[in-house]
Design a protein. Structure first.
Lengths: 238, 224
């Protein structure tokens, strides 16, 4: 499968946040979106996941045009955002049970407990989420996002709050997802933590998306140099 | 359709379980309602006829003001950790999110009515357990929660939601307020059905229209 975002623009009033952004993702690929605070990363992820309307732009899936606002597209995606999307008064297990039923996954309690165990929360499954630490909530958030076995996974700073084990667990999960053909778009302020699973880095600078820098076995220093030496691609500036 | 109903049931289960654990809505609603009934009781010396005429009005004021407090709290869990976005991504027809929230809010209103009626009856020494009055209050509660849930979903995203919701809601609820009070007064004073039947029809039609409009526009409200 191949998805393409073409000419995506978004403005809040007179403030133009995304300017004619183009992005291509193929099955089993993970692209890492970099950019300073306020560059428009979160807006791009929200537009890409169908939660925010774009002023312009279209989505192509295998060259067929889809609406970014269609429920079918939203259900193909899973999002891990800054907020956890978890219900604080429900237990970890109840949160997973709730979302699995919304996705009509019909997972049994045993399946859900296995998912909790994969996220390192086997013993915390029956506790209410408000008793979880930030890192535990982030683990549960990731487990919640993967419940639907999404075709497209969108992650906004997923390493936030995770300890070393948690980061390793996330990298392991992402590797597994790529292996089964999922497409992953991720933002991070710690690109080196994600380097092992990342296929390419792309920089968003004041709403303008640069070209993809493919990893191809290069180290982070080399990628960083080419990423920041790169000018704004022609025709993308507003 | 089966999936839609299953989604609806799941969403309602989540709302009720959350409320059972937190008691956020019910505590605010009941505390306000009971205090208001006490204040009205002490503030007004009424003879039996006046009591019958004023009871539906006082009761409805107490129910709507308490209900507004509850509505303001009803989207807090969704806003707290942004889980509304997760619902939007997971649920195919966004109308079911509105309907589930509306049904949960309606059930909260019913709990409020069930608790408020005996307290009011006791304090005012007046029998309010009249089927016609109860039906009127139930129809009113449905209309109130239908309009209120839609507006609460909009105002929940603003910083001034506590102020904004009543300011937007009460003008829209004018036909409901009038209908509940007129029909309720007719029932309490023993008037003929024909004299207040029209108000019951207003309540029924308002509830149907508001439910239909909300189901139709909820997608737009959320995504735009």
């Amino acid at each position: 499968m191949r998805i393409e975002l073409q000419g995506v623009s978004k403005a809040y009033g007179r403030l133009s946040v995304l300017k004619n952004c183009n992005l291509v993702l193929e099955s089993g690929q993970l692209l890492c979106l970099l950019g300073s605070n306020g560059a428009g990363k979160t807006t791009l992820l929200r537009v890409a996941s169908g939660l925010l309307s774009a002023d312009q732009g279209k989505l192509l899936i295998d060259k067929e045009e889809w609406s970014l606002k269609s429920p079918e597209w939203r259900r193909m995606c899973a999002l891990v955002a800054h907020k956890t999307f978890l219900y604080q008064n429900l237990s970890g297990l109840e949160n997973l049970h709730f979302f699995s039923r919304l996705y009509q996954r019909n997972l049994t309690e045993k399946d859900l407990r296995e998912r909790l165990a994969e996220a390192g929360l086997a013993r915390a499954g029956d506790k209410q989420v408000r008793a979880y630490s930030r890192g535990m909530q982030q683990r549960l958030t990731i487990a919640r996002a993967l419940l639907s076995d999404p075709d497209v996974l969108i992650l906004d700073e997923p390493f936030t709050g995770l300890d070393k084990d948690g980061s390793a667990m996330l990298v392991h999960m992402l590797t597994g997802l790529k292996g089964r053909g999922a497409m992953i778009l991720m933002t991070t302020h710690d690109p080196q933590a994600a380097l092992a699973v990342t296929d390419g880095f792309v920089r968003l600078n004041r709403g303008v998306l640069g070209a993809v820098n493919w990893v191809n076995g290069r180290g982070w220093k080399e990628i960083e140099e080419s990423l920041y030496a790169q000018g704004t691609p022609e025709g993308q500036a507003a | 359709m089966k999936n839609w109903l299953s989604t609806l049931k799941t969403l309602i289960w989540k709302d009720l379980l959350q409320e059972w654990r937190s008691k956020d809505m019910l505590t605010a609603m009941l505390a306000f309602a009971i205090l208001s009934i006490f204040i009205f009781n002490y503030a007004m010396e009424l003879d039996p006829r006046q009591r019958a005429e004023l009871a539906p009005g006082i009761l409805w004021v107490v129910i709507t003001f308490s209900g507004t407090l509850g509505l303001n709290r009803s989207f807090v869990a969704e806003q707290e950790q942004g889980s509304f976005d997760a619902l939007v991504m997971a649920v195919p027809g966004l109308g079911s999110i509105w309907l589930a929230k509306q049904i949960s809010n309606f059930l909260m209103m019913l709990v409020l009515i069930v608790i408020v009626l005996p307290i009011y009856s006791l304090l005012y020494n007046q029998n309010l357990f009249i089927p016609g009055l109860i039906l009127t209050l139930i129809l009113g509660a449905w209309s109130f929660s239908a309009a209120g849930t839609l507006l609460a979903s909009m105002t929940a995203q603003t910083r001034m939601r506590d102020l904004l919701l009543p300011v937007l809601l009460f003008p829209i609820l004018m036909p409901v307020n009038m209908a509940v009070v007129k029909a309720g007064t007719g029932i309490m004073t023993g008037a003929a059905l024909a004299s207040y039947q029209v108000w019951l029809s207003v309540l029924l039609v308002y509830g149907i229209i508001m439910t239909t409009i909300s189901l139709l526009v909820f997608d737009y409200v959320i995504l735009e």
